[in-house]
Design a binder for this molecule. Structure first.
Ligand code: F6R
Length: 584
């Protein structure tokens, strides 16, 4: 949802910013721009398209100076045009702003600024902020105070980063979307996410909601409610290498292949505080979006099966309507820890008196900081827009919570075998690639599973539609006969997850139903009997029932990946999507 980076120090700012933007491109990639302060004047290069392409055409590195800001955009306000690309300036061209979020009182403020003679040239809400600052700066000479006055007029959500010609400094404000400061020696950074900072520093400060900050090459100041505020420094354990492709063609493939080692880390997660909280009596809700929601469905099943405790799993954006408002504990699952829908559900739950358990990948994220107990899934930076390793790591960590609560050490030990089982699937990735060849001309896909395979079916369909743009949907296998069967015919693909577990006999009947409607079957199973039912099949390793949602997710991720590549889609940056959705 837009990537932001700012630099001030002794290096060439455009170089640092360009490198940082490439690391943040997963947050938005419809346009990009950089502004630097060089010899007292600000120069800008911005355009539509991918950062690399803009750089090839316009050469960002021609921008000199040691202070600058950069932005990669995922349009929310105004179409994808060069004019709407950030940074945006005021009338004088001396104040430049980049922004992530949405200014909700845009219309009224724009009319007011235009009445005062400001000329706005884009359709964005961001440009308005530059003019508001200009207006306030006419009355108030101290730039930070003028910036604060401008921000006080805004409603909505934002992280704002401002460069001006008056001084070697960068001003920031946060109300919603994330902002992190990176602390160096004789240099400072700011960014929407940590990977952009990793080549330079591991010392960071997370800017909190409501904070305003100023950075210079010598340090930073944070202000909250108009007063200086102290913010804790954190040391990041991620390395710069973790945020590289490491020889893989795409981040997506690298992240799929990292799963065996990352699952081990997820299963080593400290779940103690979360388990203690869940022992307290009272109603529990799980809240999450997208892939994380599917991981929540696995948690619900396991919790119920292993402990008898029941819970609701509520989609983040539905929480305000669906929650009874009486939850004692809310388990919020979010890879990024910055998903606006999940965060607003958490805010509401807290207001209603709930305690929050966060299951997240990002230490220091908004969700992490708001939680009463944290479980860190240990997946490491996930830079492909689509979730892969974070899904399986979420399930591993959530399973550990459920199994620790029930004291089922044996199953927890068995779950550790999931890493080897995934390795054996990854070793046979070329088989999946060949299957992708066979399926690449098909246009409609149905994924079916039962019990713990059902969330994997949902995730398989989501992966396929996200990165191939093909039509894919998932059903609990028993639901087919209640409607969707009418859609099955020749050339419609049914991907059936049929582990030899308690669901097997009924899955076999569902497979027969699909065959009888001439659908093209692709069966994944550890049973020869099931595999024999379909020309297209993949033999799965035998897995303990609790490991099935983890292990069965992997061939489906590979299938989506190889099909995307064959269809010439970019598996790291699917159209219309951005990672870390920081607007509701
Ligand atoms: C799917 C995907 C999204 C996210 C969803 C929640 O591949 O990445 O569906 O799972 O936007 O994101 P987090 O987990 O960061 O809250």
């Amino acid at each position: 949802m837009c990537g932001i980076i700012g630099y001030i120090g002794y290096r060439k700012a455009s170089e640092v910013i360009l490198e940082g933007l490439c690391k943040l491109e997963y947050r938005g990639y419809d346009s990009a721009g950089i502004a630097t302060l060089d010899g007292g004047a600000i120069r800008v290069i911005k355009d539509i398209g991918r950062i690399d392409d803009i750089h090839k055409q316009k050469d960002f590195l021609q921008l000199g100076g040691n202070t600058g800001i950069g932005h990669t955009r995922w349009a929310t306000h105004g179409g994808v045009t060069q004019k709407n690309a950030h940074p945006h300036s005021d009338c004088s061209g001396k104040i430049f702003v980049i922004h992530n979020g949405v200014i909700e009182n845009f219309d009224g403020l724009r009319a007011e600024m235009e009445k005062k003679g400001h000329r706005l040239t884009s359709e964005t809400d961001t440009e308005l902020v530059a003019h508001l600052i200009e207006e306030e700066h006419r009355k108030e000479k101290e730039f930070g105070t003028a910036f604060a006055a401008a921000v006080s007029r805004l409603s909505g959500s934002w992280s704002l980063v401002v460069l001006h010609e008056g001084a070697q400094e960068i001003h920031l404000s946060r109300n919603g979307p994330p902002l992190v400061l990176g602390i160096g020696k004789g240099e400072m950074f700011c960014a929407s996410d940590v990977p952009a900072l990793l080549p330079y520093t591991k010392q960071v400060v997370f800017v909190e909601d409501g904070d305003r900050a100023r950075i210079t090459k010598d340090g930073f100041e944070v202000f909250a409610s108009g007063k200086r505020a102290q913010r804790k420094e954190h040391t990041i354990t991620w390395t710069a290498q973790m945020a590289e492709k490491g020889g893989y063609a795409h981040f997506c493939l690298k992240e799929i292949f990292e799963q065996p080692s990352k699952i081990r880390e997820a299963l080593a997660a400290d779940v103690g505080a979360a388990v203690e909280m869940l022992r307290e009596k009272g109603s529990i809700a799980v809240v999450a979006c997208g892939t994380s929601y599917y991981a929540g469905l696995v948690f619900k099943s396991l919790l119920q099966k292993k402990t008898g405790i029941s819970c609701d799993v509520i989609i983040g954006s539905e929480f305000a309507y669906a929650s009874a408002g009486r939850e004692k504990i809310v388990v919020a699952i979010s890879q990024s820890g910055e998903t606006a829908d999940t965060l607003s559900a958490v805010k509401l739950a807290k207001k209603n008196g709930a305690k929050i358990i966060a299951v997240t990948n990002v230490v220091g994220s908004s969700l992490y900081r708001q939680a009463d107990a944290n479980v860190v899934i240990g997946a490491g930076p996930e830079l492909a827009v689509v979730a892969t390793k974070s899904f399986t790591c979420q399930i591993a960590a959530l399973s550990k919570i459920a199994l620790s609560l029930s004291g089922d050490r044996k199953t927890l030990e068995e779950l550790k075998m999931a890493s080897e089982q995934i390795e054996s699937v990854l070793d046979r990735a070329p088989e999946i690639e060949k299957l992708a060849d066979r399926l690449v001309k098909r246009r409609d896909f149905f994924f079916i599973g039962r019990s713990l395979s059902f969330p994997s079916a949902l995730e398989g369909a989501l992966k396929l539609k996200e990165i191939t743009y093909l039509h894919a949907e998932a059903y609990a296998a028993g639901e087919l006969k209640h409607g969707p069967l009418s859609l099955l015919e020749k050339d419609v693909v049914v991907v059936a997850l049929a582990p030899a577990d308690e669901t097997f006999a009924k899955m076999m009947s569902n497979i027969q139903e699909c065959k009888a409607r001439n659908a093209e079957l692709f069966v994944l199973s550890d049973s020869k009997e099931a595999l024999a039912k379909a020309a297209l099949h993949f033999q799965m390793p035998k897995a303990t029932p609790e490991a099935i949602p983890i292990v069965y997710a992997v061939p489906l991720q590979l299938l989506a990946y190889y099909m995307a590549v064959k269809l010439k889609r970019d598996p790291d940056k699917p159209r219309n999507l951005a990672k870390s959705v920081t607007v509701e």
